[in-house]
Design a protein around this ligand. Structure first.
Ligand code: NAD
Length: 449
């Protein structure tokens, strides 16, 4: 028999208790093997335990909704056919259509895409954009293929996904090794499969498109810009000047390079950068424009003449106030977390810190702006792009920048307030805000049938 005290979740609009109290067995056990999705579950369980998340909602959110795996053939330039494997994982669409990037990388696998899809669900819920979470990708090293081959691979992938994608159902965007051009090919292929009279109403099937095709002003820089806004808020909160603060960035692609530019515009100094080709450091500051030009012609930061060579260990040991990981997952671990000299980690990448690394950062008192908050600028402006397409509007950059800032700061303030209220770390607090929103909607809507 439930007493009032033991009821842990109530639907405000019903007088009846919804669920019996949870017990310890509600924690969703990670699967053996310690994959990336296990990291998500550990983060999820920490927050769900703290707020005693409804046990049934917990079961639902701990699993992905749909997992699509497609194998598709593509003709190569030499006439041979290669068969590629592509993924689209749709984690949850309770708050709106599935939304999430497409990644082209040799390490793409189902476990990774599951984790990235779940992080999208939490991120959209946290920042209050009406999307669910998804992610996709192809297991390839795109550098091995010509531009023509990349176009055919993208188009065949879009075709293979078919109706699993759609402007009101599941909306891809750029991620690692994909960009506005890939989105243009993806959109064009999708539009070729819908009746001609519907095509103009469907360009919001992808975001992160080139501006000429309906992309939004400010989308390309949005994720890095969001990182900088979050860092700026954190510095202000701590009464610290960002001017002359030093920072280091891992990954100098879309997110890393834009975060660097935006932080430099706020007066901070980039002292080390690492990408897939290597690392360079300069305690007096790296010239970001020169570095961008160098990367465009040399394909990476290695041997940039404006800095000194650094290997990975030297890079991770760089004395810098802020570390922006903006490359791949699991970079801050039990091994590397003790090396960091930073006072703040601002997670531009998704999942750059594993649970063991996270515990060390906490123990060392290093602040963490978690990925689902710090890199949410991208999906926020993707939402603006989607809205502009639906309304046939075109917002100017000032409007986009202002709205992005407003939404991100609102989410930041909620996370800060929740961390203070629950006396918990910021990652758990961000999850709490997101999960509470999802829980409320589930309890109001109910579970069919
Ligand atoms: P990108 O392809 O533009 O850049 C990736 C960068 O990471 C490149 O500089 C690459 O050289 C570097 N890199 C790859 N492997 C590395 C390694 N092992 N060590 C060091 N550097 C390495 O990708 P991106 O869009 O900038 O995405 C980076 C991260 O940000 C990913 O985790 C992605 O999921 C996340 N993210 C991206 C967006 C977006 O809008 N693009 C939005 C939110 C989150």
């Amino acid at each position: 028999m439930l007493t009032r005290e033991t009821i842990i979740t109530r639907n405000e609009y019903l007088d009846e208790p919804i669920v019996p109290p949870r017990d310890a067995s509600d924690a969703i056990a990670p699967v053996a093997g310690h994959g990336l999705f296990d990291n998500v579950l550990q983060q999820f369980n920490a927050a769900a335990d703290l707020i005693r998340l409804d046990r049934n909602v917990r079961k639902i959110l701990a699993r992905t909704k749909n997992e699509i795996v497609v194998n598709f053939p593509v003709r190569m330039d030499n006439g041979d056919v290669e068969v590629f494997t592509g993924y689209r994982v749709q984690h949850n669409d309770t708050l709106g259509p599935f939304k999430g990037g497409l990644r082209f990388h040799p390490d793409v696998n189902l476990d990774e895409v599951r984790a990235l899809a779940a992080w999208m669900t939490w991120k959209c819920a946290l920042v209050g954009v009406p999307f669910g979470g998804a992610k996709g990708g192809i297991q390839i090293d795109p550098a091995r293929y010509s531009i023509g081959e990349r176009e055919r691979i993208t188009r065949r992938f879009a075709f293979a996904l078919g109706d699993n994608i759609g402007p009101e159902y599941d909306i891809p965007a750029p991620d690692v090794n994909t960009n506005a051009q890939i989105m243009a090919w993806f959109m064009d292929t999708y539009l070729s499969t819908v009746p001609p009279h519907q095509r103009q109403n469907c360009i919001h099937v992808v975001t992160g498109k080139p501006i000429e095709l309906g992309g939004s002003a400010g989308r390309e820089k949005a994720t890095g810009q969001g990182v900088a806004v979050a860092v700026q808020c954190w510095y202000e909160d701590h009464g610290l000047p960002l001017r002359d603060a030093t920072f280091m960035v891992q990954g100098f692609g879309n997110v890393g390079s834009w975060a660097a530019r935006q932080l430099a515009a706020l007066g901070a100094r980039l002292v080390a950068v690492e990408d897939v080709t290597g690392a360079v450091a300069n305690p007096s500051g790296l010239d970001i424009d020169a570095l961008l030009a160098y990367v465009r012609t040399h394909g990476g930061v290695a041997r940039f003449p404006g800095g000194a060579f650094a290997d990975h260990i030297m890079f991770m040991n760089t004395p810098a106030d802020i570390f922006v990981p903006a490359a791949m997952e699991n970079q801050i671990t039990a091994e590397t977390a003790p090396w960091l000299k930073a006072r703040l980690v601002a997670e531009g990448a998704n999942g750059p810190t594993d649970p063991a690394g996270d515990a060390i950062l906490r123990a060392r008192g290093i602040g963490v702006l978690p990925d689902i908050l710090a890199n949410a600028g991208g999906v926020i402006v993707s939402y603006f792009e989607w809205l502009q397409n639906k309304r046939r509007e075109s917002w100017d950059l000032k409007e986009v920048d202002g709205q992005l800032r407003r939404k991100l700061i609102a989410a930041y303030e909620q996370v800060r307030a929740k961390a203070t209220e629950l006396k918990t770390d910021w990652r758990t607090a961000a999850y709490v805000v997101a999960l509470s929103r999802l829980e409320k909607v589930y309890l109001e809507r109910g579970i069919f049938p």
